[in-house]
Every structure is written in structure tokens, then in C-alpha cells.
Design a protein around this ligand. Structure first.
Ligand SMILES: C[S@@+](CC[C@H](N)C(=O)[O-])C[C@H]1O[C@@H](n2cnc3c(N)ncnc32)[C@H](O)[C@@H]1O
Length: 216
């Protein structure tokens, strides 16, 4: 497994959301790189935080069978507009992923919504307007990947793309905290550092692709 990668931080499609300027979409190059290395034509791929559907669009174009879960209805609808497998884009909550009728999956790649240690709203439950802090967020991440491990084929891999956050009031070691909690339910194979050109965000110009395999 390589340990670092340099990629352009850019998207082919214009950002489809006039309400926010915060474009959190995956660059296509990230998805293409991992699908080339870890999947074959016909493989089932999942993005549990599908956003505007980048992973599904790229996977479909590469002959993979795309699935995605997205809690935000508007984003899920926008994602459906750019793919052919429209009903594989599930409007739902990844915390309930084992109940969403997904098939066994060969490969999973996704980028969870980011959260600072000091934040009081658990961003994974934002659509429910429920309170809950960082520890509840990490517990939710662990539960989501425990369920993904159940769906993953024995040869499958799960990639979590995430960075730490260096903001005005300090650093949240988000990537390391996620690596720690997900390691409790899957086998951590190491990280690939992605050096983004021109930069990444949240105080850094790199992020991590945390690589997990199903526990034997
Ligand atoms: C960093 S964005 C992912 C962007 C995506 N990679 C793309 O290319 O568009 C994280 C996404 O997770 C979604 N999300 C947050 N909580 C969720 C949950 N509990 N279940 C499913 N999706 C959730 C957010 O609405 C957001 O669109």
C-alpha cells in the first residue's frame, strides 16, 4: 500500500448549491484513484456520506455499481440528478445503515461530516436537530462502521477520507480520533496521506485516507 498521494483539489461539475459556498465535495480524482486500485468492473461500491453524489457518479462511469446514503434530502435529490442508478442513492441516516436494504459491498469510500471537539451539536444528527457532543459523534462513527463491516465482503476495504482541524481555538485531532474508534470494529491497515494542490482546508493542506479491512 502506498503511503502518500498528490492530487488536485478540484471538481469537474459546478457546485449545485446556491445556499452555501462551502463545497465539501470529493474531487473526482480521489475516487478514481481508489476505485482503480481497489475495485474491479461490476464491484458494488458504497459512500455512506454521499453528499452531492461524486462517488456514485465516478463509480458508475467506471462500471462499478454505486450505492450511497445521504441524510440531507436536497443533496440526495441533487445527487440523483447526476446518476443513472437513481434508486441506489438512498435518502437516509447512515446510523441505521444495516436497515436500509443495501447489498453486500466490495468497497466503501466516504468522508464524514467534520466536527470540532468543542461543538455541542452532533453533526451526524443535525437533520434531527438533536444535541450531543463530540463523544457521541465518535460513538456514532464507530457504530456506522461496525454496520458497514457487516455488509462488507471478506476481501472488501473501507476508506475514510478525513483531516484534522486546526482552527482559531485549537486543534481537533479528528482523523486520529476516527482512526481509533473505527479500529475497534475493523482492522486498520494504515493511512494514505493526501497532499492536496493548492490546499485542503480547516488549517491544513493534506488529509488522510484511513484504510480499513473487515476483521477476520
Ligand atoms: C463531507 S460531506 C460528503 C461530500 C461527498 N463526498 C461529495 O462528494 O459530495 C458529508 C455528508 O454527510 C452527510 N451526513 C451527515 N450526517 C449523516 C448521516 N447521519 N447519515 C448520512 N449522511 C450524513 C452530510 O449531509 C454531508 O452531505
Amino acid at each position: 500500500m502506498r503511503t502518500c498521494l498528490k492530487l488536485p483539489k478540484c471538481q469537474e461539475l459546478p457546485f449545485p448549491d446556491a445556499k452555501t459556498s462551502e463545497d465539501t465535495r470529493f474531487p473526482e480524482a480521489l475516487v478514481e484513484t481508489f476505485l482503480h486500485e481497489y475495485t474491479q468492473i461490476g464491484d458494488v461500491t458504497l459512500d455512506p456520506f454521499a453528499g452531492y453524489g461524486t462517488t456514485l457518479r465516478v463509480a458508475e462511469a467506471m462500471g462499478r455499481i454505486p450505492y450511497g446514503v445521504e441524510a440531507n434530502r436536497e443533496r440526495a435529490e441533487k445527487a440523483r440528478c447526476i446518476i443513472n442508478h437513481k434508486y441506489n442513492m438512498i435518502m437516509g441516516d447512515s446510523r441505521d445503515i444495516r436497515t436500509l436494504g443495501l447489498p453486500p459491498i466490495d468497497f466503501c469510500i466516504g468522508s464524514p461530516p467534520v466536527m470540532k471537539q468543542t461543538q455541542i451539536t452532533n453533526v451526524l444528527r443535525e437533520h434531527l436537530r438533536a444535541k450531543g457532543g463530540y463523544l457521541q459523534y465518535l460513538a456514532d462513527i464507530k457504530s456506522i462502521y461496525q454496520q458497514i463491516a457487516e455488509l462488507l465482503q471478506p476481501h472488501g476495504m473501507a476508506v475514510i477520507e478525513v483531516g484534522n482541524l486546526k482552527l482559531a481555538h485549537g486543534v481537533t485531532p479528528l482523523a486520529w480520533d476516527i482512526a481509533l474508534v473505527v479500529s475497534e470494529v475493523m482492522d486498520f491497515q494504515g493511512e494514505i496521506v493526501v497532499d492536496w494542490e493548492p490546499s485542503y482546508g480547516n488549517g491544513y493542506d493534506h488529509s488522510y485516507c484511513l484504510m480499513f479491512s473487515k476483521r477476520a
